[in-house]
Design a protein. Structure first.
Length: 274
């Protein structure tokens, strides 16, 4: 996926961040690549990333049951179609109402988060499924003769998001996700996974981001036509989520990974795979 295309409508998260569930991948979310936008239909917004419903076992084993990290409680007091207000209120208490309105799309919050998480390991992420508004500013490069590198100034564009993510308590953020988990599970089933377990997908996506390579001090680019690409073919072949981690810059990426580890610990009883 080209760098310039991603930057046109740049968007952790973002976590993770998240519906982070918000935010959980909050991180990832925060810095999202945006390709051509399909319609945001529950079952057609994006396709399955690594498996299809036909490949899903009839009785899939659940690796990370929600019950392992929270006691049983009453179901959410809202239905999926009516959940935006409740989710926004819960996240607004953590992120701040002004920041929430400025940074996040306020519609289909659960479905956007689920679709984004499901596509972290894919080559691209559809623009209309992202949770975050575009990150302000344009993509900057440095040219030195024939050499093109990503400008260090790009990391500053993401700094407010990273700082806000660090200030959010991981347990409270995960608590929003756990409280409304049945809605996320329902949205995942609508997406085309009637037998799959969304928390497993979420944990797998976090692990995928944690496995992103350390970004080099200078990210070299090429411009074969109009759009930029990573010069290193191994980096260019990375998923949309891992490319997003690279584009954060070394310091931001480490800070985001630290929060992802903390969030992961709150939604699963097992440690990340090495």
């Amino acid at each position: 996926m080209s760098m310039q295309t991603m930057e046109r409508s740049d968007g952790l998260w973002r976590i993770a961040i998240l519906a982070g569930a918000a935010a959980l991948i909050a991180a990832s979310y925060f810095f999202w690549p945006q390709p051509e936008p399909p319609a945001l239909a529950p079952t057609a917004a994006v396709g399955p990333s690594e498996t299809t419903p036909a490949q899903t076992p009839a009785e899939p084993a659940i690796e990370h049951p929600i019950e392992a990290v929270k006691p049983p409680e009453a179901p959410p007091p809202v239905a999926l179609d009516d959940s935006d207000g409740a989710i926004a209120t819960a996240l607004g208490h953590l992120l701040g109402d002004e920041r929430l309105r400025k940074w996040f799309h306020g519609d289909a919050m659960v479905r956007r988060f689920v679709a984004t998480v499901d596509n972290l390991s894919r080559p691209t992420v559809a623009m209309k499924v992202r949770s975050l508004q575009p990150v302000p500013g344009g993509f900057e490069v440095v040219r030195d003769g024939e050499t093109i590198t990503v400008s260090a100034g790009n990391a500053a564009r993401y700094a407010p998001y990273v700082q806000a993510l660090e200030r959010v308590d991981a347990k409270q953020l995960a608590g929003v996700y756990l409280r409304f988990y049945p809605l996320f599970q329902r949205a995942y089933e609508e997406l085309g996974y009637p037998k799959a377990y969304f928390n497993d997908r979420l944990v797998g996506s976090i692990d995928h981001l944690l496995a992103a390579p350390e970004p080099p001090a200078l990210l070299r680019l090429t411009q074969p036509k109009v759009l930029y690409e990573f010069e290193d073919p191994q980096l260019e072949a990375l998923s949309a989520g891992q490319k997003a981690m690279l584009r954060l810059g070394p310091d931001n990426a480490q800070r985001v990974k630290a929060k992802l580890r903390a969030l992961r610990a709150e939604v699963t009883a097992s440690a990340p795979k090495s």
